[in-house]
Design a protein around this ligand. Sequence first.
Ligand SMILES: [Zn+2]
Length: 418
Amino acid sequence: MTGMRHSWAGGLATGVKCLALTLVFACLSFSAPVSAADPDNFSNQLAALDMRIAGDEIRTRIVIEFEQEPEFSYQFLDSPHRLVVDLPETIFSLGDKAADPRGLISDIRYGTMAPGRSRIVISSIGPMKAEVAKVMESETDNSFRLVFDLVAVSDLEFAALVESQKWDEIETGDTQSESATGLLQGDEKPFTVAIDPGHGGIDAGARGRNGAQEKEITLALGKLLKEKLEADTATRAILTRSDDHFVSLSERVRIARQHDADLFVSIHADSIRIRGVRGATVYTLSEEASDEMAHQLATQENRSDLLAGLSLEDEPDSVADILIDLTRRETQIFSVNLARSVIGTFDGVIKLINNPHRSAGFRVLRAPEVPSVLVELGYLSNVQDEKLLEDPQWRQQTADLLVSAILAYREKVQVVHN
Ligand SMILES: [Zn+2]
């Protein structure tokens, strides 16, 4: 099941590099009198027994199990993004199956750095921070767990984190947090829109009766929207995919976060059971679906990762908790404003469904800090909609209206913030 994940993680899933034991034994053979075969020689040495990784591209948990309580320190490095964990000399007795890279993690290596020092280097697919980094004692046996909860962050936040570590080295105290905030505020970034063309690659999305494919429509409109948005020099647009390849739902959210997106617009043209239903609809996130159709659509959309062979079962509970994250409440108000802006701009020009603002538990809309909407441009289950969705002129007009809606939203938000 993780094969899929690896292939688009850039083929980095080379697995865990089991250098450790060889190096430890090599060291011991130089200090001649001790025999590596005698277990007593290891009695004071730290031993890592197991390593597990769970989660997705937004939040990943790493648990490393130790026989004794480990003393550890850690730091983040860039180019590429890495978490480096320093430990006293450690025997790594981790099986091959341990720590198959997944979620944010692309590769893990470990081994001896110098006599008395070992290191674990955890590479990731993008910028991250540690929300949790602690040792927990097991209640059932005498083992200890080193736990890292890694969360995807923006490039800017990661740069500030790396910078603050440098300050840490020079002096301790509050200076480093000031410098980190300074870096965050000092860089004026343009208003950034993450455009998310739905589906892609193995996940083709809906197909119309005359052969139109959702993944092609969403990509074409996404590219058009990016081009038109960037005609406004104060706006930057990024695409979560720019060609026909599969991107998981959480990776789409992570990309938006990495670029510090001010909003997230997912574009779709799905099929629904009732063929007569047509027109654009704008969806926002809610725990309870606004109606049966929204519920069915969200269920269908959320299956995208499963269709591509990804497993969701290992996700930590906290992922589900994001739905009730406090920051989400404020984000939610902005999401609804954006939805209204799109509907208001479409009204009278682009055909809208009855009750065009609906809501349900779409996984792709769950970035707690990025106002997000999912726009169904029309429904491929309806032949008239299919015809429009394939019409270049209609696409131009729709993209123009989306730009107007987004810029109107931006103006409103800037008034609120100033
Ligand atoms: Zn779709």
